[in-house]
Design a binder for this molecule. Sequence first.
Ligand code: TXA
Ligand code: MG
Length: 321
Amino acid sequence: MARVVPATPETIGEAARILRRGGLVAFPTETVYGLGANALDPVAVARVFEVKRRPAFDPLIVHVCDRTMLEEVVLEIPPLAQVLIRRFWPGPLTLVLRRRPKLPGIVTAGLDTVAVREPSHPVALELIRCAETPVAAPSANPFGRLSPTRAEHVARHLGEEVDLILDAGPTPHGIESTIVSVLGETPQVLRVGAVPVEELEAVLGPVEVATSARRPQAPGQLPSHYAPRTHLSVARAEEVPVSARPRSAYLAFQRPPEDGFAAVRVLSPRGDLREAAARLFDLLHELDGLGLERIYAEPVPETGLGRAIMDRLRRASAAEG
Ligand code: TXA
Ligand code: MG
């Protein structure tokens, strides 16, 4: 079992040494926990794919801690990217930019672009700073499954194979970064996430939002992703047959349903989409752990972060055979 340690200057220093030696460290970001490897070490990065059982066509996000490190991995920073960086970094926005050849091909799955972001979580930033190297890190979950918002999620699902897990409690956003490409004519959102589309449009004007693709640029775009082991359906409580309720869990947005469900969780009693996003994966992990027949999730309003929440719920529900 991997060691789970509270993130302190000492343990972050140890984690940085592990990264430099080619090891794997799970660490908190403001979105979800990441499974990090030295982005410049192809063997370490290969282990990330192995541990996550991630298909090699699915490129990783490279995490940097400053502009100098960014310029180590990308060829150029186009004007629109600079605007986004000034507005949203450090923070939960990932940019797709042209990569430098020195970045190992395995990181980008052979693409000539790289997805990069500067996280705002102090532990993530300090880890990258101490390691003095860009850190390639997908979410620290088995491929296609629920993303981890707590160190214990990582320990439970990947524990055996990670060298160290830095624990800094639940992640503040609880949902992955928004991925944007400004390389084409119109800015394109490749994955909706913790930065709402509206906030991007306030800076960029209209953007295109890529919907699920059969041949995805971002496998976050695969129709089935982010799935619990328990079958999940998006439905309002009243649509769920009464006879099915005793074997089902219900994930409500704001108000719990009358009754009849074996387990009920509420995303945000205040009806706050930010709080709902932050709790989404956490509560899904909990409900998934109950071993019930099915999880029903109530739809949430599709504005702001509601869009990312519904995106994750739809993909989770598409996992059904
Ligand atoms: O919030 C996050 O982004 C978290 C934390 C750990 O930073 N990371 C994360 O990584 O969600 P991951 O690997 O689960 O999702 C990364 C997504 C994938 O869907 C991948 O296809 C896309 O980023 N991606 C990576 N490189 C890309 C590229 N060059 N072009 C388009 N999409 C890319
Ligand atoms: Mg992921």
